[in-house]
Design a protein around this ligand. Structure first.
Ligand SMILES: [Zn+2]
Ligand SMILES: [Zn+2]
Length: 737
């Protein structure tokens, strides 16, 4: 290489920059003034934090080009004697690109646009070169199915997807940046606080702190104010990669970081850290370019959380928050949160006496009579629909021997989440999934191609260990009932079976008024089976989604190793999404269990298998429905569909008559003959969200009528009892919401 041109201003990017002996902001190296004597490069370096220039020198570590760049070792010299080479302080290793030797690369964007830029140009600058204002909204980029920081230098031809706040990956980078702002604010205000981890989560972010006493509401207000200052300062976030030893020195005062670093130490990997001004965090990223982009944020709550979710560890203080690029979006979200709080299924479950989790069984829900009424209604509707769709129902044992779980692969891949027991000195496991039992049910007899497809459904109770910190009402439990089914088919039957499952799920979700979107996950790198088989299965899934007009997105490479899958995310009445249904093709389980059928050729063949659920977990689905309807279940689902109430004791006898007529019609009813004012009785029934209140006074008793109160419309007039029964039966049958 020839740097004999003397001093020249070059632009270059540094990657894999490691530093030593204290913080060194690596993006200050954007502009290098290089003068060269042989292979020694002199670098003019201006750290903004000091406001002065220091001189450093870079020594080419390797003279040969490394994909259009050079690796170099950097030494810093004493500023007072800038050119003294007596005792250069080792600064780190860098990787830089020299304009004169940089090759040009092609960057292709999702919309097909191509831009030619210098190797080493950051993704951000490449997006800027695209023109328009897109770069302003870019939060991260996706390359080869991985998500990267927007500053990532591009060194070869590549295809990039620009991720904005509207993409999951972009949103996570945005909110993860907000979590660093939170941690920085906490460290500024509470320097003794120890930081641990702070990821982006579905609707925001959190950060766990080890503090003397948990933060109060007032503390949170102060922290928010400090965060606002950090946003205003628009501090750049800088990524660096350092050695584990350097990381240990940097985070010596942060025991949780030390624990995390030690887990990486010895693997020969560099440790990725992010710095924003006076704050530094151990983090893989990606992040936004500066704190100024987090325009609207809010700390939403503060709870205790064990370090790593393990109750043997110290309880940390977890601060939750959320962040948006616009204030109006934040406000809409906060309103939704208020609404969600009002609808919290744990609160409604208690108030409506449906279900509860007790201290005696963390993660193991109880269902009370009214909750069971709801659950049984859901199950019988499910049975009806499955019968119509050609399913047969089975039940397999909760406990099965160890050998089975070795054969199914659960022992190797899922043991951590399983519960075990011993019977007659033999090891047994409580099933975490219904599949192995389902396989045995298939294997109980020989099958001919004429018998297929075979659709076996099971309301299977499964136990899966969850960390106590992860438990949440019915949404996250340790025991639940999967509305499972396993379908066995010939390869030719795959398309029609997929279509059948999609149609069934669609029909059931619509009854509850859920809209939904679908994600199709395709072949991962570690796939099992043959590519042709995968291609056919993926094409069948895609075709079925297109046939049914179901909107879907593709998650490339996100399928299970045993087959591609589609997940159904339903959208509830306040706009939240929940992943419930799933449909997975499986090429592996039939192999492991040596499933067979006899083909038309008289030979044995392997069937293809589908695992699928509609509700997902009945318990969780009930939690979702409770919040979706805010406890006001439609007539067909309501645990108590109507409550009969008398005005005086004179109507007691008539009330009995009305009640038996309603019961004969099959309704779930209650009768309130208490000597209380009717206004009081109505208010109570209203709080129980009972769809219909039937008020009986002297006139009603005399005329054989009922005075109907609808829980949402109020007084709905007086009608003959038979007429009310007929219309209520019709409403129940229609399952209208
Ligand atoms: Zn981070
Ligand atoms: Zn299964």
């Amino acid at each position: 290489m020839d740097f004999s041109a003397g001093s020249a201003v070059l632009s270059c990017s540094i990657r894999y920059f490691s530093f030593y002996g204290g913080p060194l902001p690596c993006d200050r190296f954007r502009e290098w003034r290089l003068g060269c004597k042989r292979l020694r490069l002199y670098v003019l370096w201006a750290p903004l934090s000091h406001g002065v220039c220091e001189k450093a020198s870079a020594q080419a570590y390797r003279a040969a080009p490394l994909s259009a760049g050079y690796e170099c070792t950097l030494y810093v010299y004493n500023r007072v004697e800038p050119w003294s080479c007596a005792s250069p302080r080792f600064l780190g290793r860098g990787y830089f690109f020299y304009k004169g030797v940089c090759q040009m690369i092609n960057v292709t964007f999702r919309n097909g646009a191509v831009r030619q830029v210098e190797a080493g140009t950051s993704a951000y600058d490449a997006i800027k070169a695209l023109g328009g204002g897109t770069y302003k909204n870019a939060c991260a980029v996706r390359m080869n199915d991985k998500i990267f920081d927007i500053r990532t230098p591009l060194d070869t031809d590549c295809e990039i997807d620009i991720l904005t706040f509207d993409d999951d990956g972009g949103r996570r980078a945005f909110r993860h940046t907000a979590s660093h702002i939170l941690a920085q604010a906490v460290k500024r205000l509470f320097p003794q606080a120890k930081i641990s981890i702070g990821p982006a989560i579905d609707n925001g972010f959190y950060y766990d702190f080890d503090v003397e006493k948990p933060f109060t509401g007032e503390d949170l207000v102060k922290i928010e104010e400090e965060m606002a200052r950090i946003v205003k300062e628009a501090i750049p976030l800088e990524r660096m990669q350092i050695s584990p030893e350097e990381a240990l020195a940097l985070f010596a005062d942060e025991p949780y970081k030390v624990e995390l670093i030690n887990e990486h130490a010895g693997k020969g990997e560099l440790i990725s850290i992010y710095r924003q001004g006076d704050f530094c965090d151990l983090c893989a990223g990606p992040h936004l370019t500066d704190t100024g982009k987090v325009k609207a944020f809010k700390l939403t709550s503060c709870t205790g959380a064990y370090w790593r979710g393990d109750s043997n560890n110290r309880m940390l203080c977890r601060v939750y928050g959320t962040a948006f690029p616009k204030k109006s979006d934040l406000d809409a979200y906060l309103n939704m949160l208020e609404e969600a709080k009002r609808r919290d299924h744990r609160k409604l479950g208690r108030e409506l006496d449906l279900f509860a989790i007790m201290n005696e069984g963390p993660g193991f829900p109880f269902f009370f009579p009214k909750g069971m009424a709801l659950r049984n209604t859901l199950e019988s509707y499910w049975r009806e629909e499955h019968k119509k769709a050609g399913y047969e129902e089975i039940r397999t044992p909760l406990i099965l021997n160890e050998e089975l779980w070795h054969r199914s692969g659960h022992w190797d891949h899922y043991k951590e989440n399983m519960y075990f027991t011993t019977i007659d000195d033999q090891g047994y496991a409580i099933k975490p999934m219904n599949c192995p039992g389902g396989m045995l049910a298939y294997k109980r007899r020989p099958w001919s191609y004429r018998d297929l497809p075979c659709r076996m459904a099971e309301m299977g109770i499964v136990h899966r260990h969850e960390l106590s910190g992860a438990l949440h009402g019915l949404m996250r439990v340790r025991c639940f009932t999967q509305d499972d089914a396993h379908l066995y088919m010939t390869p030719e039957q795959i398309p029609s079976e997929i279509l059948g499952v999609i149609n069934l799920i669609d029909r059931i979700y619509k009854v509850f008024g859920f809209s939904y979107h679908v994600e199709l996950s395709t072949r991962p790198d570690d796939f099992m089976g043959e590519i042709a088989q995968w291609d056919a299965a993926e094409a069948a899934l895609q075709k079925a989604l297109e046939t049914t007009g179901t909107p879907y997105t593709i998650n490339p490479g996100d399928g299970a190793f045993y087959g591609p899958k589609i997940d159904f995310h339903l959208v509830d009445s306040i706009g939240r999404t929940w992943q419930c249904g799933t449909l997975q093709l499986d090429f592996q389980m039939p192999e492991r269990f040596e499933l067979e059928y006899t083909g038309p050729d008289g030979e044995k063949h392997r069937p293809v298998m589908i695992h699928r659920t509609v509700y997902g977990s009945i318990e969780r689905f009930i939690g979702i429905l409770t919040e979706h309807y805010a406890g006001a279940f439609p007539l067909w689902l309501a645990p108590v569909q109507m409550r009969v109430m008398t005005i005086t004791e004179d109507q007691d006898e008539y009330a009995d008559k009305v009640c038996s007529a309603l019961e004969d019609a099959g309704f779930r009813i209650e009768c309130d003959k208490r000597r209380e004012k009717i206004g009081y009785k109505i208010r109570e029934a209203q709080l129980q969200k009972i769809p219909y209140m039937l008020v009986l006074g002297a006139n009603e008793a005399a005329n054989g009528t009922v005075s109907v109160r609808d829980r949402s419309k109020g007084d709905s007039g007086t009608v003959p009892l038979e007429e009310f029964i007929a219309s209520a039966l019709e409403e129940e049958r229609s399952k209208k919401a």
